[in-house]
Design a protein. Structure first.
Length: 405
């Protein structure tokens, strides 16, 4: 990759974007595209998020954006970020900054008009690329274009200094390595991450979880997670993740591909962990995952489901997502077992208490028990149609009536 000019791409023609750039003074050099949009365009990847850097201070950004008839949302105005909403889609506009002080978790910043100062406070060389919106000319202070070409993820300046500024950069290094890296990791970066792994304990568990799940969502995170385990990166925060878990993760990535299902970060997290529900629940709580995520992990690692004699029955009991998780986690089961569930929709029984009462049962506690018995039989028989359902209802009603005699 030798291009020093940003290729044309669909995202550069979003409605209203030129109006925003004109308002920020981009034609005069006051604003440039920065970061992921530039990096991913150079790599030929799709771009969703647009970040713009500018010399203007936040209040001036807001004034200019509003004057152009564009909605301005002060999403992070203390740190210089304003969200411009164009045609319902956001673009992040941030004032050039330099760090005044950092403590590994947050930074105190001052605004600047120097592009190099702004670049120097960023994490990796491949993220410190700026592009002129009009000409596409790329400004690259630290060799990020060459690193992209080499698939080399490298910190700007000294790796230990960048990590000391923000400990989360340890996890970000491995996530970017999984997504953009190739070959051996940068030696200085890897050594610095290993040396400062204990600093991860100072971070909020929410930030750790967010970064870990983003890593696990990459195409094949297993080789990078193996590097992390070998270097003891995760030991301070997730000691449950060990070498056997990495082997299960690598196997899971392959099983997902063979089954034709999209890789899922939470499913892969389950593969990484010891295969028991208690550990899964403890890790989910420690990472402060959402209730939905905790439930998914509990279902994936939980005990056998009673009455689930087929994959469809399992999916009916715990949901299609949960069933696919379980089937792929169980390496004794062939991945072809997932195939019937890919487009499967759970059927509806369509039997109510009123139907049982009409059949002869007396309203009361027997109704709920009889409904469950009907459902269990229906599931066990593979969800038969209405004719057989009617026969099952008659059988269950008769059984309950005899029990009351």
């Amino acid at each position: 990759m030798t291009a020093q000019t940003l290729p044309d791409a669909p995202w550069r023609h979003r409605p209203g974007l030129d109006r925003l750039l004109d308002a920020l003074g981009a034609p005069g050099g006051d604003a440039r595209f920065v970061g992921g949009a530039v990096r991913d365009t150079l790599l030929g990847l799709p771009v969703e998020d647009i970040d713009i850097a500018t010399i203007h201070v936040p209040d001036e950004i807001v004034r200019r954006v509003k004057a152009a008839g564009i909605k301005a949302v002060p999403t992070g105005i203390a740190h210089g970020t304003v969200t411009a909403v164009i045609e319902g889609r956001p673009a992040e506009v941030t004032t050039l900054r330099r760090d005044v002080s950092t403590d590994g978790r947050r930074a105190t910043v001052a605004f600047t008009t120097e592009w190099r100062e702004d670049a120097a406070r960023r994490d990796f060389t491949i993220n410190a690329l700026y592009a002129d919106p009009a000409t596409g000319e790329i400004t690259d202070f630290f060799g990020g274009v060459a690193d992209l070409a080499a698939r080399h993820v490298r910190f700007i300046g000294k790796a230990e200094d960048r990590i000391a500024e923000d400990h989360l950069r340890i996890l970000r290094f491995f996530r970017f390595l999984a997504r953009f890296g190739g070959g051996e990791p940068d030696r200085e970066a890897y050594a610095a991450c290993v040396a400062q792994a204990n600093s991860l304990m100072a971070l909020s568990r929410e930030r750790i979880a967010d970064e870990l799940l983003k890593l696990l969502a990459t195409a094949d995170p297993a080789p990078v997670v193996r590097l992390m385990v070998d270097g003891g990166i995760l030991t301070p925060i997730l000691p449950e993740i060990t070498e056997p878990g990495v082997t299960r993760l690598a196997d899971m990535v392959q099983r997902e591909k063979l089954a034709g299902v999209e890789g899922a970060a939470l499913r892969r997290l389950c593969a990484l962990l010891p295969q028991d529900a208690a550990t899964g629940e403890a890790v989910a709580a420690r990472l402060k995952l959402s209730n939905r995520a905790r439930k998914r992990i509990a279902l994936a690692l939980g005990p056998a489901v009673e009455g689930a004699r087929s994959v469809e029955a399992l999916a009916y009991r715990i949901g299609t997502e949960g069933a696919i998780d379980r089937l792929l986690l169980d390496r004794s089961i062939g991945v072809e077992s997932v195939t019937p569930l890919i487009d499967w929709q759970p059927p509806v029984l369509g039997v109510t208490g009123g139907r049982l009462i009409a059949g002869g049962l007396t309203a009361g506690p027997d109704i709920a028990a009889a409904l469950k018995a009907v459902e269990d039989q229906w599931v066990a028989e593979g969800f038969p149609g209405e004719t057989r359902v009617g026969e099952i209802v008659d059988q269950i009603v008769s059984k309950f009536q005899r029990a009351r005699q």
